[in-house]
Design a protein around this ligand. Structure first.
Ligand code: SAH
Length: 340
């Protein structure tokens, strides 16, 4: 050890924590500081060691985005202290992840490593049961941003990108109607389009249509950000529900509550059943509670959990008191084996 800080840029994958590289998991467990974005499944942060500092640099209701300069400054400041910093980014850090800006900001002062992640396009397609390329249909796939600068669709030639292959659009929900109207100008109205919201989360929504129907379907099914738009014949490979949507707990959201410490690996395994799972444990430990306070609060605010699993009703009482909430008793399920 030379006392020099180090920065690991790691992909957090699209949502399902089972889709994170083993190497990224190992680094999350040993990091001194984790600097993370909005699109990172917060359950991953709970794998960190108790004294690891968590810094959120994503979107806030008040400030739109933390400016990139500010993020760079924080990374450098922590590395300068000789700490091991994990910069955790949604999906793959090298795909629309502003990786090079952050790497450049290190100015060769600190060593860095990069761990690739599963990008949203891959997960959205495969968790909806179609591939991104297919020998029978599509010889190429393009990843493009659908985010338009200065409300102009002209700067990206979407027609050229969609021709004869698959087009996967990131950040395209706002401009979807515009993009579809440009494509419709001289492409077949029956060209398939899939929009996949929250890919690889238990509340994933996949809507399948074509150029003529997709806008209405997206509004009708209320598919919102984050979502991938995938255009091309590969979408035809999907037949009915996907393997993922058929998992026994798909669509179910479960909160696991304990005053004691719960083995996080067990929760990660639960994700294989297709639901969304979150833990609030160590309810008497002030250090832990302070560390996760804002994360827990946000999760409790956005997710209406279907089931609350606990090892004791005392834990539920502590949860209610600490977060000033009331749990519907009908949703509580006691499971004394949680800490085995
Ligand atoms: N580096 C990321 C992309 C960041 S850009 C990656 O490799 O996936 C942010 C965009 O990614 C969002 O606007 C959305 O289009 C897409 N995205 C991220 N997570 C997603 C998810 N779980 N489901 C669908 N799209 C997602």
């Amino acid at each position: 050890m030379d006392g020099l800080g180090k920065v690991i840029f790691a992909g957090a994958g699209p949502g399902d924590p089972g889709l994170v590289a083993y190497k990224a998991i190992r680094n999350i467990k040993t990091a001194d500081v984790i600097i993370y974005d909005r699109l990172v499944n917060p359950i991953l942060l709970q794998l960190s060691k108790p004294q690891c500092e968590l810094i959120y640099v994503g979107k806030n209701p008040d400030v739109k985005y933390k400016a990139q300069d500010e993020i760079n400054r924080i990374i450098n400041e922590k590395a300068a202290l000789g700490l091991t910093v994990v910069r955790l980014k949604g999906g793959d850090p090298g795909i629309f992840g502003r990786l090079s800006e952050e790497v450049d900001s290190l100015n060769n002062k600190y060593p860095y490593e990069v761990i690739p992640g599963i990008t949203s396009a891959s997960a959205a397609a495969l968790y909806s049961d179609f591939p991104l390329t297919d020998r029978a249909h599509e010889p190429h796939v393009t990843f493009s941003t659908g985010h338009l600068q200065k409300e102009s669709v002209r700067e990206i030639d979407f027609q050229a990108l969609a021709k004869g292959g698959t087009l996967a659009l990131y950040m395209g929900m706002k401009a979807l109607p515009e993009i579809i109207s440009v494509l419709s100008k001289d492409m077949d109205a029956h060209l398939k389009v899939a929009v996949v919201g929250n890919a690889s989360y238990g509340y994933q929504k996949t809507v399948i249509g074509d150029l003529s129907t997709i806008n209405d379907l997206v509004s009708a099914h209320k598919v919102t950000h984050p979502a991938m738009i995938i255009i091309g014949d590969v979408v035809n490979v999907r037949k009915g529900l996907s393997w993922y949507e058929k998992l026994p707990e798909f669509g179910v959201r479960k909160l696991i509550v304990s005053k004691d410490e719960i083995d996080k690996e067990k929760i990660l395994e639960m994700y294989d059943q297709g639901g969304f799972y979150y833990i609030i444990d160590q309810l008497d430990d002030e250090t832990i509670q302070n560390k996760y306070k804002s994360i827990h609060e946000e999760i409790l605010a956005i997710h209406g959990f279907d089931e609350i699993i606990t090892d004791s009703l005392l834990s539920i009482e502590k949860l209610e008191k600490r977060f000033n909430i009331k749990i519907n008793p009908a949703k509580i399920k006691t499971d004394f084996s949680l800490n085995d």
